[in-house]
Write a protein that binds this ligand. Structure first.
Ligand SMILES: C[S@@+](CC[C@H](N)C(=O)[O-])C[C@H]1O[C@@H](n2cnc3c(N)ncnc32)[C@H](O)[C@@H]1O
Length: 277
């Protein structure tokens, strides 16, 4: 007998457990199912139904649910149009406007480092040579220690490099143990830190915040609005928030974050736009 067949199947479990915790049940799939099964096993429970009852009776476990469900999937240069726009427009403009200090960039939910390292590679390859003296300080946050360990090591299997331009692969990745290791010069550009969005305060005064496929995918309602507000408050005037292409700011958050591009998911805090008028 599988755990699913003892009562609720996984989708039914999600439909029951997620909405009242302001989580979007439709976004969780196979990877989360494995995590939930492992948590059920740890707790010595019989299946999804029992776990749903357990959550109802245990507020501490219920508060922990987003962490049990979390999805750790990422890719280098995920959504190429964004990276083209960053290289062609945004980074040159920001580098030119901030000659006296490094740009401050934050990645919330950085997974195994693919996203912050994509930025570091572009900066090193395209921006640094064109803007002598331009600097960047990249901070990358994640709750998952195993992800952070992998990110710091900077080793990836060959298939992870599929979307990395050939030129960058050749220059910055060394073959190592059946895969490739990112060069120390790029690894040292990113400061990885353990961070729980549900507990810790976001660092402030950022020029760019990447928050892709976390808050605006999995969270709902007041939980999500609270993060939208703290993200908006953490962005410098002239700075921006970058979401994933499949994400959007919802109508309930439009008083906090305004779209600044027709097709890419780039946003600016509304308070900055008003301040500029
Ligand atoms: C789906 S991945 C997205 C990775 C990357 N941003 C991208 O778009 O390719 C979501 C990441 O958020 C992290 N995460 C989930 N809950 C978190 C929390 N409460 N605090 C910090 N990071 C969290 C997960 O560990 C995972 O690495």
């Amino acid at each position: 007998m599988t755990l699913g067949s003892r009562g609720l199947i996984f989708d039914e479990f999600l439909k029951r457990a997620c909405p009242e915790r302001e989580l979007d049940w439709r976004k969780y799939r196979r990877a989360s199912r494995r995590n939930v099964l492992s948590r059920i096993h740890q707790l010595g429970l019989g299946g999804f139904s029992e776990f749903a009852d357990y959550l109802d009776a245990n507020p501490v476990e219920a508060a922990f649910l987003p962490n049990v469900l979390r999805v750790t999937v990422s890719r280098f240069f995920r959504e190429k149009e964004l990276w083209d726009h960053l290289t062609g427009k945004i980074l040159p403009a920001m580098a030119a406007a901030n000659v006296d200090r490094p740009l401050k960039v934050l990645h919330i939910g950085c997974c195994n480092g693919e996203e912050p390292y994509s930025l570091a590679l572009l900066w090193k390859h395209e921006i640094e040579p064109a803007f002598q003296g331009a600097g960047i300080a990249i901070t990358a946050l994640d709750i998952d220690k195993a992800c952070l360990d992998r990110a710091r090591r900077g080793w990836y299997p060959r298939k992870a490099l599929r979307e990395v331009p050939r030129e960058l692969q050749k220059k910055w990745f060394e073959p190592e143990a059946d895969g490739y290791r990112l060069h120390e010069e790029i690894r040292s550009m990113v400061n990885f830190r353990k961070f729980d969005l549900l507990k810790d305060d976001l660092p402030r005064e950022m020029d760019i915040i990447f928050c892709r496929y976390l808050v605006f995918t999995y969270f709902h309602g007041q939980r999500r609005r609270k993060f939208a507000r703290s993200i908006a408050e953490s962005i410098n005037p002239g700075g921006l928030l970058i979401l994933g292409q499949k994400e959007s700011v919802s109508p309930q958050e439009e008083d906090l974050l305004a779209s600044m591009h027709q097709s890419l998911k780039l946003y600016r805090p509304v308070s900055h736009i008003k301040g500029n008028l």
